[in-house]
Write a new protein. Structure first.
Length: 295
């Protein structure tokens, strides 16, 4: 039995894998046609990216008129925001929650979608549960695992520690909009704690992003909100960790090979991303770049 292929292939291995001569592989690299990276002067080919590249060419290129706008929709993530800027990807952002992003992906009104939607079985971003089971060219690329928890004012003046504390009198809870991954997680945690959502003093207006929710706490509009650790740190707030979640990027297979996405993906392989993740806090990049689903 042959041993499994490594995560990264060298030039000889990728040539054998694709049944090409090494010279042809070098030609593809020179033309920028095949995904690769350089490490200590050597070419390395991420196997999952090579698989996507192969599938794209087996299917044939789509017509130019079918291409969605160069927009990243869905959920916001501080590390992703930073990577989009630093990579020069050129992707515009329209982050109004995971649910909104899914609808834009289905309607071809977004190139990429950030999502952290929790399914009934505890898994994240399951295509069939998102209404994407019929998308024959869907790719789900793991971005990060991140920590979600209670965002509170410095010093945690209300002494909040658990989800049950959110139902205490005088505690205003900042919230995300319906369809956002954080709102779905809040509803799940509240249900598991045996509390009715109606028992919470929810803010009248929803926060449209992780940063907006943290700012609501920062400005005293709420005592607490459920959000990402990185968003809390960015506003100088305290944080009580509660849950680990998967944040993924969803797109059509052909979109993965678009210039904006390739700029982002190539940049994200550099050590700078890991240093920034450590500085922001609350991130686990051990599965970063893993293809979680390839229709």
């Amino acid at each position: 039995m042959s041993s499994p292929l490594p995560h990264y292939l060298n030039t000889g291995e990728v040539a054998e894998y694709l049944r090409l001569k090494p010279r042809k592989v070098y030609d593809l690299v020179r033309q920028g046609q095949i995904p690769c990276t350089r490490a200590t002067g050597k070419l390395l080919f991420p196997r999952s990216s090579v698989d996507l590249w192969l599938m794209k060419h087996l299917e044939g290129d789509s017509r130019e008129g079918d291409s969605p706008p160069e927009v990243l929709a869905g959920s916001q993530d501080p590390l992703l925001d930073w990577a989009l800027r630093e990579s020069g990807s050129g992707l515009a952002t329209l982050c109004q929650g995971s649910g909104d992003g899914i609808q834009r992906l289905l309607a071809a009104r977004a190139l990429v979608v950030g999502s952290h939607l929790l399914g009934a079985d505890g898994r994240y971003n399951v295509p069939s549960e998102l209404g994407l089971g019929g998308m024959s060219d869907l790719v789900v690329l793991h971005w990060v695992q991140r920590t979600q928890g209670l965002i509170v004012a410095p010093g945690n003046p209300c002494g909040l520690e658990t989800i049950t504390d959110l139902a205490r009198e005088g505690v205003r809870v900042a919230r995300r909009q319906e369809g956002a991954g954080a709102h779905r997680l809040l509803a799940r945690l509240v249900e598991q704690a045996g509390i009715a959502m109606s028992a919470l003093a929810l803010a009248s207006r929803p926060a449209m992003s992780e940063d907006d929710l943290a700012l609501a706490v920062h400005h005293g509009e709420a005592e607490v909100g459920l959000g990402a650790e990185a968003a809390a740190r960015r506003q100088g707030l305290d944080f009580i960790p509660l849950h680990q979640e998967d944040f993924d990027l969803l797109m059509r297979r052909r979109s993965y090979f678009s210039e904006p996405v390739q700029r982002l993906v190539s940049f994200a392989r550099a050590e700078r991303l890991r240093h920034q993740a450590e500085a922001l806090g609350g991130y686990d990049l051990s599965r970063h770049g893993e293809v979680r689903f390839n229709a």
